[in-house]
Design a protein around this ligand. Structure first.
Ligand code: F6R
Length: 607
């Protein structure tokens, strides 16, 4: 998804911006650009596709002396990926980069009645800005005039934005604003640096200022004039940035996704650190008297995080005997939902910046509900908005297809269910003790057993064609089926669906023939005989069956044998590794870019 960087100072700015954009690359993008305002006046470079194309466009150009410079990676929302639609967008005197969506851009275009160079919503910002700047009654103080023109522009925008703008009347300055899309800055001895997330600033700044919604202002190399929505000057609040570079290396793996699959045992071990004492689970982030207040739970998320929420609903119901509802954030926020004010609203997000999840969180908060975020990124918008948060401890996830964040989410929800169940006394001693033994064992389960990766690699060549995949499972293995199908379709571009095994006969079984591949999640500790019957029905109609199971099953065309466990969650985590590796191997054989699949973004900051 779109990313922003900016710099004011005397360092060579093209390489600084390109390095910053590189740090944002993993978020997914389809074009990129930079603009510089310095001794040579305004210079812009834009290119479609990967950053290497932008590097070619920049060629030998290097900034000289003090500059104000902005850069952007664009993930197309309005208008196709093309050079004209790439940011920065400009008019005669100014250039702008923008994350978010200007919802009333069509009305603004009509009102401006100008010729536009792109199909983007962003371009209206620079048109409005220049119009207001030209009409400023007293332009004798360019800084005040620039600020007034920006304010007048912001007042006309509906939607979400993080904006950086440079203009010829303000050399050495960047105008900025944030509403609904993240933006931050940091000042060092050699200048002022902007970015839409931590990554480009790590290793450059020790501290950063995360802009609050509604904040805007003007920056120079060594000072930032930060204003609130009413135009009143506010003191920037600084937060520490990690000292080491976030650039994760592949450590010998072919892709980040593969490395992240293999990191899962370590992630689960990290999650358990300090949280298990004998037979007790503790979550220091949540006082038990706080949890006891709630009569039920709403879990809300998108994509993979939504699948984790679904898995969490089975665990919270079963172990803590809580009424749970699960919501897809993008549906929830426009449904005018009726919420129980005595319930706890939990959002789940890897990035902490997913626009739909963030807005759903704000909606629940606005209705007076207590809120909790399970999130992988500290200081993210979601963490900062929720009343309380539990960090997922998965470490930076670079692969666009989420793997270790999902296992971290499910493990954290399992701990939450046990902690809450203990507080509510819904778990007897024996049950709790069995659960804690299984929790500890899950760490080892996530190390793929000897030979399984090879087996999946060999098997994958038989599953490159066909007219579709159905991943089926029941109970906890239904969310896992959804997740397996999502992983496969994201990176292989093959059609795949996750379905509750018992529902196949209510329609989808009509698709069954030899070219329909059924991936059956057959857990021995969870409704095994029921799922077996559902798979037999598909086999009888000639569907090609891949069974993932610890049991012998002679109707399968292929079996991926998992180890025999006596707890469904252990089967869950081992099967998770299997479906992740299956997606990885199929996509790799098809020659796809596994870490940056087409059309996808790591952090979905638009709705
Ligand atoms: C799939 C995937 C997405 C995200 C979804 C929510 O592999 O990564 O489906 O899970 O966009 O993102 P977060 O968890 O960052 O809110």
């Amino acid at each position: 998804m779109c990313g922003i960087v900016g710099y004011i100072g005397a360092r060579e700015a093209t390489s600084l911006l390109l390095t910053g954009l590189k740090e944002l690359e993993y978020r997914g993008y389809d074009s990129a650009g930079i603009a510089l305002l310095g001794r040579d006046g305004l210079r812009s470079f834009r290119a479609v596709g990967k950053l290497v194309n932008l590097v070619t466009k920049v060629g030998d150009y290097r900034s000289q002396g003090a500059v104000a410079a902005i850069g952007h990676t664009r993930w197309a929302t309005h208008g196709k990926p093309s050079e004209e639609n790439a940011h920065p967008h400009g008019l005669r005197h100014s250039r702008v980069v923008h994350n978010g969506i200007i919802e009333n851009h069509a009305a603004l275009r009509a009102m401006l009645a100008k010729k536009f160079a792109s199909q983007t919503d962003t371009e209206v910002i620079v048109h409005l800005f220049e119009k207001h700047l030209e009409n400023m009654p007293d332009a004798s103080d360019p800084e005040l005039a620039g600020l007034a023109a920006l304010r007048a522009t912001l007042d006309e925008l509906h939607g979400a934005y993080a904006i950086l703008l440079i203009t010829e009347s303000l050399p050495g300055k960047i105008l900025f604003a944030r509403k609904g899309s993240p933006l931050q800055f940091g000042i060092t001895a050699d200048g002022c640096h902007f970015a839409s997330s931590d990554a480009p600033l790590v290793g450059i700044c020790r501290e950063t200022v995360y802009l609050e919604d509604g904040q805007w202002g003007i920056a120079s190399a060594d000072t930032v004039r930060l204003l609130d929505a009413q135009g009143i000057r506010v003191e920037p609040k600084t937060a520490a940035l990690p000292a080491s570079s976030l650039v994760a290396q592949k450590e010998g793996f072919r892709t980040f996704m593969e490395k992240e699959i293999y990191e899962q045992p370590r992630v689960l071990a990290d999650i358990l650190t300090g949280r298990l004492r004998d037979d007790a689970v503790t979550l220091e982030e949540l006082p038990t008297d706080w949890l006891q207040r709630f009569s039920g739970v709403t879990l809300c998320a998108c994509g993979t995080s939504y699948h984790a929420a679904l898995a969490g609903s089975y665990l919270l119901e079963r172990l803590a005997r809580l009424p749970v509802r699960v919501e897809i954030a993008s549906e929830f926020r426009y449904r005018d939902p009726v919420l129980d004010p005595a319930g706890l609203f939990i959002v789940i997000s890897q990035s902490g910046e997913t626009a739909d999840t963030l807005e759903a969180l704000k909606l629940a908060k606005g209705q007076g509900l207590a809120t909790l975020a399970l999130c992988n990124v500290d200081n993210s918008s979601i963490v900062r908005t929720a009343d309380r948060s539990i960090l997922l401890r998965a470490g930076i996830e670079k692969g666009v297809a989420s793997t270790k964040a999902f296992s971290a989410q499910v493990m954290t929800l399992w701990l939450l269910a046990l902690y809450w169940g203990t507080a509510k006394a819904t778990l007897c001693r024996d049950r709790l003790s069995r659960e804690v033994i299984a929790v500890r064992a899950a760490v080892g389960v996530m190390t793929p057993p000897q030979g399984i990766h090879d087996r999946i690699h060999r098997l994958s060549k038989r599953y490159l064609h066909g007219h579709g995949f159905f991943f089926i499972g029941r109970d906890l293995f239904y969310p896992l089926a959804l997740e397996g199908a999502l992983k496969l379709k994201e990176i292989s571009y093959l059609h795949a669906e996750g379905y509750p095994a018992g529902e196949m006969k209510h329609g989808p079984i009509a698709l069954a023939d030899a070219r329909l591949f059924t991936i059956a999640l057959m857990a021995r500790n969870s409704l095994y005989d029921k799922v077996r019957s559902n798979v037999e029905e598909l086999s009888a109609r000639d569907s090609t069956i891949v069974a993932i199971t610890a049991e012998p099953f002679d109707l399968a065309d292929d079996i991926i044998q998992i180890r025999p466990y006596d707890h469904p969650m252990l089967e869950f985590f081992e099967m998770l590794t299997v479906v992740q590796l299956l997606a990885l191997e199929v996509a790799t054989r098809l020659g796809n870019d596994v870490d940056m699949p087409r059309n996808l973004a790591k952090s979905v900051t638009v709705e």
